[in-house]
Design a protein around this ligand. Structure first.
Ligand code: HEC
Ligand code: HEC
Length: 349
């Protein structure tokens, strides 16, 4: 290990301890996160859409199923390293984890509680919360802000870093395979870094919003037969009705525009950070691309050029078979040891 890599490893340790906050808060937040009684009818916990062994996302469906059995409009983002994000949700509408935590509790398609007060009253009445609550908050009676703070504090401990690419960028020799190293060169040369900028902690997002044509592509699929990759390596022509049957039906989404009303934000979505990306298919805000290969196809086509609002940063790309293999190896070199261990069931967060 080089001196820099060692310093970084120590830094990581310090950062994760600092982010962890008071352990009693973390314990309370974890208990809340996994508790189905937080939803109006006791069926849904946060963890049922954000599964620890699926990078705190849902990988089995295009988008998660909400409380009434209806597919949600967007995918559940993975929550590893979520404490670093300045704006939450695919459209960036929430400024902090504390503010965010209250939304699913009362969202009519998610946990569907009539009010935050109703959740607070329910938790206050549960005997098994008395001791953990007192440990975290002393005599402060349960309220929405404290509930949100505990959930946020737990989520800030979901740190999974130290991927081969991050170690490579910190100067560690041999951290990347030669194939992934070539992928890193291609990632730069093809302009992927313009939006997926390495940034602090190798997060690979500019925290900006761009229209890469995903909505327009999904709309086109909903309106005419299209070729779809059903499972890795298996492609088929699929009619709009068939497509709606095996996945979530198309639901229009204007992304960031729904928050700002600015024309420049039409169908623009947050650039997702790419850490641990290989662990959380399907991809894009609507889960419409099943595999990393499908994502590469999307970029090779230049997104969806028929969308007049498409980002000017996208152009059709010529990707050789070597380029694809290298880019995939690169995306896979963004997996951190902790996230991989949790995914494999060898560790619990
Ligand atoms: C029914 C499924 C479902 C449940 C239950 C649920 N979520 Fe989510 N979560 C989602 C979806 C879908 C999104 C993305 C929504 C969007 O972008 O508009 C999301 C987004 C988030 C985000 C933002 C992540 C980011 O990268 O911006 C956080 C944090 C989060 N959820 C935490 C929670 C917590 C805490 C709970 C429990 C109180 C919870 N979720 C319950 C589906 C769910
Ligand atoms: C114009 C900015 C931009 C450029 C350039 C760009 N991306 Fe993206 N990328 C995004 C945005 C925005 C999304 C989410 C789009 C959506 O959900 O509608 C995304 C999504 C992704 C995802 C899916 C992540 C997830 O969690 O769903 C991968 C993988 C990805 N990009 C890789 C790449 C690669 C590889 C390149 C270069 C070939 C590239 N990107 C170029 C902005 C960009």
């Amino acid at each position: 290990m080089t001196v820099r890599a060692l310093a970084m490893a120590l830094g990581l340790l310090a950062a994760s301890t600092a982010a962890a906050g008071a352990p009693a808060d973390v314990d309370l937040g974890r208990k809340l996160f996994f508790d189905r009684r937080l939803s109006v009818n006791g069926t849904l916990s946060c963890a049922m859409c954000h599964l620890p062994q699926q990078a705190f996302s849902s990988i089995e469906l295009r988008t998660p199923v909400g409380i009434h059995g209806v597919s949600l409009r967007r995918t559940a983002p993975g929550l590893w390293n979520v404490g670093e994000l300045p704006k939450l949700f695919w459209d960036g509408r929430s400024p902090s984890l504390e503010a965010q935590a209250l939304e699913p509790l009362v969202h009519p398609e998610e946990m569907a509680n009539p009010s935050i007060q109703a959740v607070v009253a329910r938790v206050a009445g549960l005997a098994d919360y008395r001791a953990p609550w007192r440990a975290a908050y002393g005599n402060r009676p349960p309220d929405g802000a404290a509930l949100a703070r505990a959930l946020a504090t737990y989520q800030r401990t979901l740190v999974a870093r130290g991927s081969p690419l991050e170690r490579h960028l910190a100067g560690e020799r041999g951290a990347l395979s030669p194939l992934a190293e070539r992928g890193w060169q291609r990632f730069n040369a093809l302009g992927c870094v313009r939006c997926h900028t390495p940034g602090p902690n190798a997060a690979f997002t500019d925290h900006g919003f761009h229209n890469t044509g995903v909505q327009a592509r999904s709309r086109a699929r909903a309106e005419a037969p299209t070729e779809v990759e059903l499972i890795p390596g298996v492609r088929a022509m699929v009619s709009p009705t068939e497509y709606a049957r095996f996945g979530a039906p198309f639901r229009p989404d204007e992304g960031r525009y729904e928050v700002t009303g600015a024309e420049a934000d039409r169908r623009a979505f947050r650039t997702p950070g790419l850490r641990n990306v290989a662990l959380s298919p399907p991809y894009m805000h609507d889960g419409s691309l099943a595999t990393l290969d499908a994502v590469l196809d999307h970029y090779a086509q230049g997104g969806w050029p028929a969308d007049a609002a498409l980002s000017p940063l996208l152009r059709p790309l010529t990707l050789s078979a070597d380029d694809r293999a290298a880019l995939k190896a690169l995306l896979e070199a963004l997996t951190s040891p902790r996230a991989a261990a949790v995914q494999a069931g060898a560790a619990t967060p």
